[in-house]
Each structure stands twice: as structure tokens, then as C-alpha cells.
Design a protein around this ligand. Structure first.
Ligand SMILES: *Cc1c(COP(=O)(O)O)cnc(C)c1O
Length: 232
């Protein structure tokens, strides 16, 4: 468990350094600790370091951890982000248990989440997943489809549209990787200007391998699993 604390602190340091290196304001990049496949003990340890935001990919697995940890005072206030694909038959679980969803790429899923979000909870905070570099088989909407989906999602009563999420293919060439991230940042800024009455303050971009490049390109939230919890 001690090693987990060291890994967590090293990731925080990487984020601080990357933010400083490109002249961005300290604290402008949020860390999402991606705990998929890891157990509640590991999450408790990282939460005890002060980490608040946790990300899960698999709905059923995530909900079991959320229910367990919400019942414990030390972890009751953690914020849970769904970052994996969502099938129609899982929307109710997501709407009832998560605080955020990053992986919206179809209106039908967004509509179900809005309808199923319980009245006693605040609106579900959502990002649209954008497919910046992939073919038609990859998850996410294309930049061309983005505005229509964003307008429709923004009008749903129980969702709050917050920005974009992207999972580009890994690229060994850093300059090429940076260029992909910069294209996504450009699409995000364009959407901000197209929907000026929405607070689209989140660009969810960057993982263990590419977080510094994502921060350089303008990411406001990096999703880090392996560098904190170890290999899956
Ligand atoms: C697993 C996952 C991550 C974390 O990836 P690492 O390379 O382990 O940091 C981030 N985002 C999404 C959508 C994931 O599925």
C-alpha cells in the first residue's frame, strides 16, 4: 500500500510539472484516478491521500464499489465518473449511482440518463466523447456530428453538459500525439464559442502515457490508471 501512495504522489508531481512547463496556471488540471479492476482497499488508500475523483469503466463493477464506499464516512464524499461504454440496459444504474459520465456519444443514451436521473440527486454532469482520429468503428462522435449532439444534450433537463472526452490512439511520435490533442482542444474551443450559454469547462484528455502532452494541448482533466494503481 505504501507503494500506491508513492505512485499517487509521483502522478500528482508529473501533473504539477507538466502544468508549469507549458505556463498554465497551477491547479488548472484535475486528476481522475481510474480504479477499474482494482479493489476498494486500493481506492481507500488513494482517497486517504486526498484524491476525490475516481473513474470506472465497467458499470456493474463500479456500482458495487460505489455502494460500498459511500457507506463509509471516510469515502462517502468521493466523486464517481463513468468513463466506459454504456449499453441501454445499464443507463439506470449509471443515472442512480454516478456523478459524472464522460462517454456519451449517442442521444438515446443521454435521453435515458436524463429520464432516469433520480430527483433527489443533482443533475448528472456529462462530457461528450469525440472521435478525433479514428474510423467509423471507433466510439465517439465525429467533430462534424458534435454540435447537433451537444445542442440536444444541453436541452435535457437532468443532465448538465460540461465538455468533451477523447481517447486517441496511442502514438509513439510525441509531435504527432501532441498534434492530435491540439486538434481535440480546437474542437472543444469551437464548441464553447458555438454554445456560449453552456459552461463547457472540461476537456477530459490524457492518460498515463500521454498526460504531459495532453496538458500542453489544453486538457483540464487527465484520467490516470496504470501510473497510480499498477498494471491491469
Ligand atoms: C483505462 C482508461 C484510462 C486509464 O488508462 P491508463 O493508461 O491506465 O492510465 C483512461 N481513460 C479511459 C477511458 C480508460 O478506459
Amino acid at each position: 500500500m505504501e507503494i500506491l501512495v508513492q505512485h499517487y504522489q509521483a502522478v500528482c508531481e508529473r501533473i504539477t510539472q507538466a502544468t508549469k512547463a507549458c505556463g498554465r496556471e497551477a491547479g488548472s488540471v484535475r486528476l481522475l484516478a481510474v480504479s477499474k479492476t482494482f479493489g476498494v482497499d486500493a481506492i481507500r488508500t488513494v482517497a486517504a491521500c486526498g484524491q476525490v475523483d475516481f473513474g470506472e469503466n465497467y458499470i456493474q463493477e463500479g456500482v458495487e464499489k460505489i455502494q460500498q464506499l459511500r457507506a463509509e464516512p471516510a469515502t462517502a464524499a468521493l466523486v464517481w465518473h463513468c468513463i466506459g461504454p454504456i449499453q441501454s440496459n445499464k443507463t439506470r444504474l449509471v443515472a442512480e449511482h454516478f456523478d459524472w459520465v464522460h462517454s456519451i456519444d449517442r442521444l438515446k443514451i443521454a435521453q435515458r440518463l436524463s429520464e432516469q436521473r433520480p430527483e433527489h440527486l443533482p443533475p448528472l454532469q456529462v462530457c461528450l466523447q469525440v472521435n478525433i482520429d479514428g474510423g467509423p468503428t471507433k466510439s465517439g462522435v465525429t467533430p462534424e456530428e458534435l454540435l447537433d449532439l451537444a445542442q440536444a444534450v444541453a436541452s435535457l433537463p437532468r443532465l448538465r453538459l460540461r465538455g468533451l472526452m477523447t481517447i486517441p490512439d496511442p502514438h509513439p511520435d510525441e509531435a504527432a500525439m501532441l498534434a492530435v490533442h491540439q486538434r481535440t482542444a480546437q474542437v472543444w474551443r469551437q464548441l464553447q464559442s458555438q454554445l456560449p450559454d453552456q459552461t463547457l469547462d472540461v476537456l477530459s484528455m490524457g492518460m498515463t502515457a500521454d498526460l504531459a502532452l495532453a496538458i500542453e494541448a489544453g486538457s483540464t482533466l487527465v484520467r490516470v490508471g496504470t501510473a497510480i494503481f499498477g498494471r491491469r
